[in-house]
Each structure stands twice: as C-alpha cells, then as structure tokens.
Design a protein around this ligand. Sequence first.
Ligand SMILES: Nc1ncnc2c1ncn2[C@@H]1O[C@H](COP(=O)(O)OP(=O)(O)OP(=O)(O)O)[C@@H](O)[C@H]1O
Ligand code: SF4
Ligand SMILES: [Mg+2]
Length: 350
Amino acid sequence: MSDKNATIDDTPLLSVRDLSTVFRTDRGPVYAVNGVSIDVPRGEIVGIIGESGSGKSQLCLSVMRLLAESGRVTSGSVLLNGRDLLCLADREMRAVRGEEIAMIFQEPSVGLDPLFTVGQQLVETIRRHRPQPVRLAREHAAQLLASVGIARPTMILDEYPQKLSGGMCQRVMIALALSCEPQLLIADEPTTALDVTVQAQILDLLLKARDDHGSSILFVTHDLGVIAEICDHVAVMYAGQIVERSPVDQLFDAPQHPYTRALLRSRPLLSDARVHPLPTIPGQVPRPGEQPQGCPFHPRCPDAMSICHMAPPPVHRVAPRRDARCWLLESEADRAQASEGTAYEGENNE
Ligand SMILES: Nc1ncnc2c1ncn2[C@@H]1O[C@H](COP(=O)(O)OP(=O)(O)OP(=O)(O)O)[C@@H](O)[C@H]1O
Ligand code: SF4
Ligand SMILES: [Mg+2]
C-alpha cells in the first residue's frame, strides 16, 4: 500500500470538531453541547458516558442533524469521510442518513414511522441499500428481526410500530439500523428497556456489524460494564463538554479526571452491592443554562482549587489519543499564570 493510501485509511471515519449546540428557551439559551471534539476511527467502537443531562443525546442528534426545532448547531464541523455534514443540503443529508450513518435512538418511537408497517420500513431500507426482489428483501427482513430476538418475525413484519411494546420497537429499530450496513452506527442507549439476555444478543450483533462490515460505532450508555466489554475508546461527558478521552483499558486503570474517578466509584460492584450503599456523586449536573464559572465540575469536585472557580481548565494531552480537562494536570506555574490572567481580566472589567 502506498503512503498516500495509508494516510487516507488513518483518517477517522467521523471527526467532530469544536461542535456547539444551543436551544432557544423561554428562560434564555441552553448550551447543551459546548465545543465538543471527538473522533470515531474506522472499525472502532467509541463509547460516550456521562450522567443524565450531560449532552450525550444532543451530541448524537447534532451529528445526525436531527435536533428539535428550537435547537441549532452554532459552531464546529462534523466530517464524515472528510465531508462536512453541516454543509450538506437537506436532500444530501437525507441520503447520508440510512446509507452511510444509521442511528438507534434512545426513544424508539422517534426512529420508526407510524404510517408504515415494520416490514415496509425494513424492506424499503434493505432494497435501497442492495437492490433485490421484494420477496428476498422480506426474507432478509424476517431474518434480521429474528436476529434481534423477535420470536414471530413474519407476523411482526405486518404490524405498525404503535402496536408494539417499547422493548419490541427498540429491537425493530436496531434491525432497521443494521439493515443498511452503515459505515457509522450511532447507538444511543440501545439496550435500555431490554432484558439481560436480549441485551447480550444485541451487543453481539453490534460487534458482528463491526467485524463483518467494518462499521464504526458511537455507543452511548450509562453502563460502564458495557463500555468495558465492547468499546475501544471512551469519551466522558459532563455539562456539554468532553472532560476525558482515553483508550478504554487505560480509563479504567488510571482515570485522569476527578469526574471520571467519581463515575467509576459509583459503579455497582456485584460483590459489594448487598452490603454497602452505592456511592453517588454529590450534587447535581448544572442546568445547561446555569453553567458555573471556571471548571463546570468545581461545585462537586473534591479536589477543586481556587483556579477551578475562576478559569476553565485547558485540554491536557496525557498520551496519544488520551486527554483530560483538569487543572490538576497542569503545572503549578501554569495554574499561577492563569490565576494572574483572570485577576488581570477582572481588574480591566471593573
Ligand atoms: N428541546 C430542548 N430544549 C431545551 N433544552 C434541551 C432540549 N433538549 C435537550 N435539552 C437540554 O440539553 C441537555 C442535554 O440533554 P441530553 O438529552 O443530550 O442529555 P443526555 O446526556 O443524553 O441525558 P440522558 O442520559 O438522560 O439521556 C439537557 O440537560 C436538556 O436540558
Ligand atoms: S479543574 Fe478543578 S474542579 Fe475541575 S475537575 Fe479538575 S480539580 Fe476538579
Ligand atoms: Mg440521552
């Protein structure tokens, strides 16, 4: 292989840079995603973890350009194969969705069209991706439904989504997302509402999609066990920002950010669960409209210093593809310099 090709292959499939998303509300702007940068390399599974309200879903929906009416991406870029999705016409973006990117939505009803049967939706997607007679596409659709744990697939093909339970809709949506063999699959908590056996089956299917079609996966979950099991890399989100990025094993072995450490401590351990109450992270995720000055985690951080109240921490490169935003990682001299800078700005503003 030539050097030129090697460079192209090394380019991440998805490269999000400095993405910010804001919602208009009666109480003013809500900054749901704040300058997020994240890469999803080809054939890798990148996990996103973070407490409820940290911006995981809005990040995914920004990439898909499927934000609610009041939401808008205000800055940044979303490169898929080097092409900025934010610059595409609506028609071009519709073609990208379902052919190059598919999403399993956190809320299953969002991903399914109530006007068409499960079979119509699956058969259309399959035939768009690989032209073939309806009969064959329908057989493939039934196989896909069986693979996501649906017991009577041919019967379900003729049902409308609103007739199905939440768990069943979620499985249909997973089948629909996998049916087009996407280059990038965005899975937003794909296994909530499913029992443990089906969860394991779905995780196997996602791994198979990666292995068979080379799909890359952006995988959002609250479940650290799932992150450890299937992800190559992981990004930790807090208050609309990525506060730590790391290869998955290094994150569990040596978390760099106090928020990551707190999340890992709050993980249920089977051996301890019956004896000790589970630790929780004291305090609340700040409301997106009410971000504290400085580091957004400072009101809850056991390690907070005075600089943390004044200035947002810079991104600190810990190792290749490993970084964290925390003043603890900066030298004392850099912290002192930043303190002086904020004091000087304060004087100038008086
Ligand atoms: N339509 C909207 N209007 C105003 N604010 C919104 C809207 N949708 C989301 N937000 C805000 O964006 C923030 C991030 O929401 P998001 O759904 O991305 O959280 P999340 O990390 O996916 O949480 P969860 O784990 O509960 O799914 C929320 O705190 C919410 O207040
Ligand atoms: S920057 Fe300060 S407040 Fe923020 S996580 Fe690090 S130590 Fe805690
Ligand atoms: Mg969410």
